[in-house]
Design a protein around this ligand. Structure first.
Ligand code: PMV
Length: 332
């Protein structure tokens, strides 16, 4: 049996940062994200007889197969074992995967990658899990944000009092509000400190308890902004929230600094552009790159101005998008 799917990346409006149970990615508080359209992971999985084991491959631009390296293979294999246990399956699995975005661009690919892997393995094993089960399984990969990448549009992932209640759900469809995400790449290549290390340190920040107090109001403002398609409400919350997450990182023990000088240059330029009537609002994940959320009407002007900012290597243009989709062609 062979199956192929793509799954989208997502950008968090309210971040997952710090975990009650890091191995199973159970967060301290809910998070909300926008599913992206162009930044996706593609995956093909083929089953083979039980004794033949697993294989994991990265597909390159020319369609050739590359060894993804030990750390990647280990995380994928652990998830294959987890999925086999869950589905009471014995088959060996051959996995091939690639991203539609340059892997050197510093865009988080574990969310889309583990969402795609989870869905494709289930299909190759002939299982048809519901969306809640898929979200739970993607989350158990250890990349918590993968729980949100099994859905399209605007997505909330709750705190989940019980582990089996910790799955994401859709807040609004993509077509409800057509927002853009312009990613100003100021640092390509893999980030220096993984988000897993960030989660690990979060609760050591003296400001973490205060963050937990502030989150419920922020979540409510984001839900309301999405409901009302209100960028004037969403924008300031986005910026408050990413600065807060990075303050936690910077004040963790040991501290983590993701920003580069070019990050500050982009944020400064964005303030000038807003003052000139181009409404874009920043958010940042665990890296130096800046995501700018805006309306389609401002997309081109903002993208050009950001690309011309010193230190910006390139600007990726993405949009709110749909959830996982079957692929027309297998990767292998
Ligand atoms: O899912 P992880 O473990 O890669 O963590 C994601 C962390 C952030 O991207 C910074 C925030 C988020 O909610 O996506």
């Amino acid at each position: 049996m062979k199956a192929s799917f793509s799954a989208p990346s997502n950008i968090a409006f309210v971040k997952y940062w710090g975990a009650r149970d890091l191995a199973r990615a159970i967060p301290y508080h809910p998070s909300i994200s926008m599913t992206l359209s162009r930044c996706r992971s593609l995956c093909t999985v083929e089953t083979r007889p039980a004794g033949e084991g697993d294989e994991v491959w990265l597909v390159d631009e020319q369609g050739g197969l590359r060894d993804p390296g030990e750390a990647f293979v280990r995380r994928v294999r652990e998830h294959l074992d987890r999925l086999r246990r869950h589905f009471s399956a014995q088959e060996g699995l051959v996995v091939a995967t690639r991203n539609t975005f340059p892997s050197a661009a510093g865009i988080a690919s574990s969310a889309s990658g583990f969402a795609a892997l989870t869905i494709t393995v289930a299909a190759a094993l002939g299982r048809e899990p519901g969306i809640q089960e898929l979200s739970l399984l993607a989350r158990r990969s250890g990349s918590g944000s993968a729980a949100r990448s099994v859905l399209g549009g605007y997505v909330e992932w709750p705190r989940g009092e019980a582990e089996e209640e910790c799955f994401a759900f859709e807040l609004a469809r993509a077509r409800h509000w057509r927002l853009c995400d312009l990613v100003a790449i100021v640092q390509s290549g893999p980030k220096k400190v993984s988000s897993l290390d960030g989660h690990l340190g979060a609760a050591s920040s003296p400001h973490f308890a205060r963050r937990l107090e502030l989150i419920p109001d922020r979540l409510e403002r984001v839900r309301q902004a999405v409901r009302d398609r209100d960028l004037g409400t969403l924008g300031p919350v986005l910026e408050e929230e990413f600065v807060d997450m990075h303050c936690i990182a910077m004040s963790s023990r040991p501290p983590i600094f993701y920003w580069s000088p070019a990050t500050l240059a982009v944020l400064e330029r964005l303030r000038e552009l807003r003052a000139a009537g181009r409404e874009g609002w920043a958010t940042m994940d665990a890296g130096a790159n800046v995501h700018v959320i805006c309306r389609p009407a401002d997309e081109s002007d903002l993208a050009e101005a950001l690309a011309a900012t010193p230190g910006v290597e390139t600007v990726l243009r993405d949009y709110v998008g749909e959830g996982p989709q079957p692929l027309d062609e297998h990767l292998i």
